[in-house]
Every structure is written in C-alpha cells, then in structure tokens.
Ligand binder design. Structure first.
Ligand SMILES: [Zn+2]
Length: 396
C-alpha cells in the first residue's frame, strides 16, 4: 500500500461544516472529513479529465481512500510534531476527568480511562471530590513523552448582524454567529491506495493547472474547504507521495507508524477506538448505533476468538450530513457510530496459533477499517492506541 501525505495550513479562516445548522449558530469542526477532502481534490482536477475512467476510479470507487485531515499543533510544536512523525489521535469517549479541571497535559486535577478500569458508581475527582465528566474539551491528542497531550484547534467567533439600510432595523434572519478555524492552524492527512493507483493519481494531479510543483516530489495546491468557500479562506496543501520502506519509520504507512501500530496487551484486552465515524448496517440495512466483536472480526481469522467485556462500551451516535457539489443538493443523512467510540474486547490468544498471527490480523483490520464509505474516510479504527496502554489509574 502506498500513500500521499498532505500537510495543510489555513490561510484566512475556514468554517468546516459538520453539524446541521442549529438555530443561528454554526460551529466549525476540528477536522476535515475524507468526504470533504475528496470533494475539494475533485474540484481542482483538470476539467478535461473529469468523469473519465481514471476520475471514476479515484473519486467514485474504492481505489483511493481519502482519509481526511486531522489537526496538529500550530507553530513550533507543529513542526516538532511533523519531524517526530507523531499521529493525531481522536480523543476516546472512555476518558473521564474532573468536572472542573481535567487539565490533560497541563497538570490539572487529572483523568481516568474507563476502558481500562471500570469506573465505580459515584466516582469523584480525588483532588476536589467533584463529579467526573467525559473529556470533550478537545477532540484530538498526540503522545508527548509517553503522555497524551491535547491538540487545541484555535478558533475565532464571528457575529453577523445585518441591518436594513432604510430602517436601520435588523433584517429578517440576519443575525447569526459562527466559529471558524483561525489563520495558520495546521492539519495532517493521507490518501491511500495500491502503488499503481497512487502513482496514477499523482500523475493526473500533476497535470492539473490548479496545482504547482514545489519541487520534484512535492505538489502544492490551494483547496477550498467548508462553508462559504468563496468569501473566506482556503487550505494551502503540500502533498508528497510516499513509497513505504519498512526500514524507515517516517515512510511507514501512518497507521503502522511507531505510535499508531497495533500492539498486543499482556492482559489480552483489545481496545478498539473509532478514529472517524463508522457507518455500519445490519443484515436488514438498519444502521447500527453501537458495535460488537462480529462487526469488526466477522471476516477475520480472529472471528469467534474475540468476546465482549460487559460494561466497557463507550459509544455515541452521530448524523453524517453532506453536500453534493455536483448535484448542488444535500446528500442523504446517515446515522453513524461517532468518532471516539471505544470498545473493549478480550482476545482469546490460546485459540490463536501464535501471537504474531493475531497481530498480523489486527494490522489488516486496522488498515482496512469497517463499514460503508471507507473511501470517504469513514470507519477508520485504531487497535490498542497509546492512550489505553497504561494501567487504568487516575492520571497524573
Ligand atoms: Zn477536581
């Protein structure tokens, strides 16, 4: 499997629409879905090639996977993030912290991982005895010196208040607010596919008049993303084609890099976390609102060797909306299991020939993901991500 790595920086500001507009406030998302990335890249394609065989293969079939763009720290922390090949992990829904100050990564009252240790009913913060709440202040984290450090996306709030010139009164429906991702914020993401498809994608991308060659191996393009694309900012993207080389960490597929590579735990627990929302249907085409071992392992050698741990499921649902730029119409909303949902299973390793085999199976599942619309980045999973490699004690 080969991939194209995308580093992006916000120029101006962008509003990443993800939630339906509620009342008159629009909240920008922290990340750019694969679906949006796909649309933006299709938008810079040479008009001559739009709709031809290669175009359909890249954008409409599962030959290229648009995995989305995830936030990374801004400024020098961001440069450090990139040079050290860190991975932007989704914050798991199993993380609970002090209601007043979990302060993850900056010495607050602390937090606990419910996936590793059942949370006692009525458990409170050991420092101030306040109740616990889910750590949802930030959506992403990365590992710094063995500890999760939240990635904060800097946003600005805008208020628009339109008035009628003649009367100086508020226009009808002309008072609203929105948050937007600030100038200079950065993102990191990937497109994956077979070497042949990635090579072909790269060749066609270079032919587009809307990109420029930064040097022999890097392409620069400005992508319009989010709501009100023409009025606001854009994403300046640097794309680089990477040929994986097992000996060089920085060229490994991001999902197999040092941090994100699945690892087995000594207690045989499998903690599976959704990096992006998963759209999964049952046999009657009803959308699932939570996931069980079969939803991950039904086609794997590990089928029947994985069992659920009761009371250790931390899942939520979300609705995926979208806009079709081609049809100028909203896409059909779909119910999905939300990003960050965390599932705890037990792997019966005695039933597996050897641990290496189990690990290979887990890598396969992590690389492929689950559910529908995987080419649009949905259903990406991480198995035993570093957040859950501790012992489940209250931290720090
Ligand atoms: Zn506290």
């Amino acid at each position: 499997m080969a991939y194209i790595r995308i580093e992006a920086e916000v120029i101006g500001n962008i509003v990443i629409g993800s939630t339906p507009i509620i009342a008159n406030h629009i909240e920008s998302a922290d990340s750019i879905s694969g679906s949006m990335l796909r649309g933006a890249l299709a938008g810079i394609w040479s008009p001559d090639d739009a709709g031809n065989e290669d175009f359909l293969s890249f954008f409409c079939r599962d030959d290229i996977r648009f995995r989305g763009l995830f936030p990374i720290p801004s400024g020098t922390d961001g440069t450090d993030f990139l040079t050290n090949s860190h991975f932007p992990f989704q914050m798991p829904l199993s993380a609970f912290g002090c209601k007043y100050d979990a302060g993850m990564g900056r010495g607050g009252h602390g937090f606990i991982d419910g996936a590793l240790n059942s949370l006692a009913a009525g458990m409170t913060c050991p420092h101030c005895h306040a109740p616990l709440k889910q750590c949802r202040d930030t959506s992403y984290y990365y590992m710094l010196s063995g500890k999760p450090k939240p990635i904060t996306t800097k946003k600005e709030i805008y208020i628009y208040h339109g008035t009628e010139r003649s009367t100086k009164r508020a226009k009808n429906a002309a008072l609203y607010s929105y948050t937007s991702v600030r100038n200079g914020e950065r993102f990191l993401g990937w497109l994956t596919g077979t070497q042949e498809r990635i090579d072909c994608f790269w060749k066609r991308l270079r032919e587009s008049a809307r990109v420029s060659m930064k040097n022999d191996s890097e392409i620069e393009a400005n992508l319009r993303i989010g709501r009100a694309k023409k009025r606001r900012g854009y994403l300046r993207c640097t794309m680089k084609k990477i040929a994986p080389d097992a000996d060089r960490e920085e060229t490994l597929h991001p999902l197999f890099s040092r941090e994100a590579n699945p690892k087995l735990r000594s207690d045989n627990r499998l903690i599976i976390m959704l990096q992006t929302p998963a759209i999964v249907y049952d046999r009657l085409f009803r959308p699932l609102t939570t996931l069980r071992p079969d939803d991950f392992f039904s086609e794997s050698k590990l089928k029947d060797k994985v069992t659920e741990v009761n009371g250790r499921t931390f899942s939520a649902t979300t609705v995926i909306d979208g806009w079709s730029g081609v049809h100028k119409l909203p896409r059909v909303p779909e119910i999905a299991v939300a990003a960050g949902s965390t599932f705890v299973f037990t792997l019966n390793t005695a039933a597996v020939d050897h641990e290496g085999e189990a690990l290979e199976e887990l890598k396969k599942i992590q690389a492929d993901g689950i559910g529908e619309r995987k080419n649009e980045g949905y259903g990406q999973i991480l198995i035993n991500p570093p957040f859950h490699r501790g012992e489940g004690k209250w931290l720090p």
